[in-house]
Design a protein around this ligand. Structure first.
Ligand SMILES: *[C@@H]1O[C@H](CO)[C@@H](O)[C@H](O)[C@H]1NC(C)=O
Length: 794
């Protein structure tokens, strides 16, 4: 430090004043003082009076003072002492600004004599100012793209002090990215430059607050600082980045429009427009995707726009781009894979590929009737088809291959039972809810001649009165055939057989179409009381089927035969001659008349009576027995006389038939000849028959009848007792003569049917032991109570 700065004490001031005095003339004496700036007001700069060699009195007398032009505001002169005193604070920097040499010029005025002295007050600098920045902070914007080495001129700090007190250098707060370069201008002033030291990245650090400090060279040094606010400007150096480069989403098909598929999110590290992202589909996106989806450019949401159909596409690969607003723009992309989930929205489709109809009713089980295919556009369980045929049909489904099915028969068919089937095939998928569809078709059965004609009755029996007219209808059979067409066209024929040695065809014929059977001759019950016809019904199928049925024809007796007296025999021209002994009393048996009737049953039930006449009262005849007896005693005078009577023999037919016998009874001793057994050879009825045979057969027959009657009676009584108990009378229920033919058939094993067949006119003699056919009129043992004896009636 030079000494001037220290010249504040009186001692220092003195030698200086002396120096000036020596140099100056009296008139133009110049006083020089040096003071430090910023001294306190009142501080004494120097004693002018003394320096001008004036006494205090002189200075007062000569009115020592500063001229008005002087810079009087800073100083004043004390007249009494002659001291130059600082009146107000003196700031060198204010007065001289940056001039390094700063002095104030004063003029001192003395009167009597008038003198003017010049006073120079050098103002010495004191480091009273710190370097100062004009603003408390400096904003700076630097592109992040600024290369290392790039310089940014910064504002200088200002230090009004001069010399070493002035600004010396700058410091920058420590940091990784910037350094400070201090440049000096030619005038020696210095300014700072901010130098980029390392590459910047706004995305890493977008701003810096660095303290820039300026220091001066004073002792002690003073400093001033400002805050460097550095904002790193964005450069579009970052592309938008999606959260997920590949995004998989699942989407149900048939979702409503505007359904949110997914929301994409991309981020861009840049800021402003450079980070302003808009979303869009890639320009290579196919049209079908564009039709289905939209992407919101701002939110990144993908929505459904059209109808999503799994059956059209099972997945979509969508490339979505995110583009920022920088220039040039940068892009990022994301692959959105939309997997469409199948929904059971398609019902199965069933198709009848082929159908065989009609099918033969005799088709074996397993015959293929129809080919059916089914498909479902859905997949997985939604497309898993189950085919069913409605239950109760003789059909089942067989899976042929893949989605093809065979409908085959599973049982036997019968057109006559079910001529056609309506088949409903239902296809159901396994989705939820299940969808189904069905087809319906008709399977017809074609007829096969599998049914023989069926007669309306298992057997027929007809009664026909004897003596019928030839070609009279006898019976009608009818058969039906459940088959169709020719298979059901029935024709009738009579199977050949013989009746009594003649072919049946000579007796009857049948209308092959109507089944009506006609007689070809008049029938005689007495010759042929029953025969049977085997009728065959035949259909027209190939091969034909036939059914046989038996027609029992019963020739019913008509009372067409009058009774004929067979015993005793007599010559037809003379009448019957009988004798009675005169001794015979009343009731004497003259003879027994035996008559026969070729008819049967009632028609052969004979009654004997004596025709009214003059002699009728003399005799009686048993109505059933035919025993002719006397009615009174004979007188003596009546011996040798003859009496003529007429015996009427009538049957019980309707109309009844009768015959009469003229009998001449002679009262004579030789009446014993009447008891001779009848000689059948002499009767017209037996004259063609061998008597020994007839007798034998009759004996056998009677024995059989008796035996059977007895057995039957016993059996019936046992059964009646068993059924009704001992207390009940069983006669009314156990004694009946006729039973319906149904029981005959049921119990035929218990029946006894004896047939007497001879060459004679009497062809049949039937003895039936049990319940029997009503057409055969037979009489049970109980019937014999009507007859007084056990006579058998033909
Ligand atoms: C019907 O009778 C004929 C002749 O006796 C016989 O050949 C045929 O087999 C019989 N038909 C039936 C179905 O019994």
């Amino acid at each position: 430090m030079d000494s001037r700065q220290r010249t504040r004490s009186g001692g220092g001031r003195l030698w200086r004043i002396c120096f000036y005095l020596a140099c100056l003339s009296r008139a133009s004496a110049q006083l020089s003082y040096s003071i430090l700036e910023e001294l306190r007001p009142g501080s004494v700069v120097g004693n002018i009076a003394k320096d001008l060699s004036l006494t205090a009195r002189e200075s007062v007398q000569r009115r020592l003072r500063l001229t008005s032009e002087s810079t009087t505001s800073y100083f004043e002169v004390k007249q009494t002492t002659g001291d130059l005193v600082i009146k107000q604070n003196i700031d060198r920097e204010q007065i001289c600004e940056l001039r390094s040499a700063c002095s104030l010029h004063l003029e001192i005025l003395l009167e009597t004599p008038l003198e003017i002295h010049r006073v120079v007050v050098d103002i010495l600098d004191v480091n009273d100012n710190a370097p100062l920045f004009s603003t408390s902070n400096i904003s700076l914007e630097i592109s992040e793209a600024a290369a290392p080495g790039t310089r940014f001129r910064l504002e200088s700090a200002h230090d009004p002090d001069v010399g070493t007190n002035s600004l010396r250098t700058y410091h920058l707060a420590a940091n990784d990215f910037f350094i400070l370069n201090v440049e000096s201008k030619s005038d020696g002033s210095k300014f700072p430059e901010l130098v980029v030291d390392k590459s910047l990245d706004r995305e890493t650090r977008a701003s810096f607050r660095l303290l820039l400090t300026a220091v001066d060279g004073g002792q002690p040094e003073k400093s001033g600082s400002t805050l460097l606010l550095i904002r790193i400007l964005d450069v579009n150096d970052n592309a938008p980045v999606f959260d997920e480069p590949v995004k998989k989403v699942r989407l149900l098909e048939n979702v409503a429009r505007d359904t949110l598929v997914t929301k994409l999110n991309a981020t861009d590290a840049d800021s402003g427009n450079n980070g302003d992202i808009s979303y869009m589909f890639s320009k290579y996106t196919p049209e079908r995707v564009l039709k289905l989806f939209t992407v919101d450019s701002k939110s990144g949401e993908i929505h459904v726009k059209g109808d999503v159909d799994y059956e059209k596409a099972t997945s979509y690969h969508i490339t979505v781009q995110a583009r920022d607003g920088g220039s040039p723009a940068m892009e990022g992309s994301c692959n959105v894979i939309v997997d469409i989930i199948d929904v059971n929205d398609n019902a199965p489709e069933v198709t009848l590929t082929s159908l065989t109809s009609p099918i033969r009713e005799d088709s074996a089980p397993g015959t293929v009737i129809a080919l059916i295919s089914a498909r479902d556009l859905d997949t997985g369980v939604n497309g898993k088809i189950t085919l069913t045929v409605q239950p109760g049909l003789p059909f089942k489904l067989n899976s042929a291959f893949d989605t093809h099915y065979n409908l085959i028969t599973s049982g036997s068919l019968d057109r006559e039972t079910v001529p056609e089937y309506t088949v409903v095939i239902k296809a159901t998928d396994a989705g939820s809810p299940r969808l189904s569809s069905q087809i319906t078709f008709v399977v017809k059965l074609s007829d096969v001649n599998d049914n023989a004609p069926i007669f309306s009755q298992p057997s027929y029996s007809v009664d026909i009165l004897e003596n019928n007219a030839p070609s009279a209808p006898i019976a009608a059979v009818s058969a039906t055939d459940p088959d169709l067409g020719d298979n059901a066209r029935v024709s009738y024929s009579i199977l050949p057989s013989t009746v009594q040695g003649s072919p049946l065809s000579s007796y009857v014929y049948i209308n092959p179409e109507t089944g009506h059977i006609y007689s070809m001759r008049s029938l005689d019950h007495e010759q042929l009381n029953a025969f049977r016809i085997e009728v065959q019904a035949r259909d027209a199928g190939v091969p034909p089927r036939t059914t046989n049925v038996t027609v029992h024809v019963f020739v019913v007796d008509v009372n067409d035969n009058a009774p004929v007296l067979v015993h005793p025999s007599y010559p037809t021209d003379k009448g019957l001659q009988l004798t009675v002994p005169p001794s015979a009393g009343p009731g004497h048996l003259i003879n027994k008349l035996v008559a026969v009737d070729a008819d049967s049953g009632h028609n052969a039930w004979l009654f004997y009576s004596i025709s009214p006449g003059p002699n009728a009262g003399m005799f009686r005849i048993g109505a059933h027995t035919g025993e002719l007896r006397t009615a009174r005693k004979w007188a003596e005078e009546e011996v040798g006389s003859t009496y003529d009577i007429v015996v009427i023999i009538q049957d019980n037919g309707d109309p009844l038939k009768s015959s009469s016998v003229n009998i001449t009874v002679t009262v004579d001793e030789k009446g014993t000849a009447n008891d001779a057994p009848p000689n059948p050879r002499h009767t017209p009825f037996y004259h063609r028959t061998g008597m020994s045979d007839i007798t034998l057969y009759l004996i056998i027959a009677l024995a059989c009848v008796s035996a059977v009657a007895f057995i039957t009676l016993v059996v019936l009584m046992v059964r009646c007792l068993r059924h009704h108990g001992p207390g009940l009378g069983g006669s009314d229920c156990c004694c009946y003569g006729r039973h319906r033919s149904s029981r005959y058939h049921q119990r035929s094993g218990k029946d006894l049917h004896l047939q007497l067949n001879t060459d004679g006119p009497i062809r049949y003699m039937e003895v039936v032991g049990g319940p029997q056919d009503p057409h055969t009129h037979t009489y049970r043992p109980c019937y014999s109570t009507i007859s007084s004896r056990n006579d058998f009636v033909f």
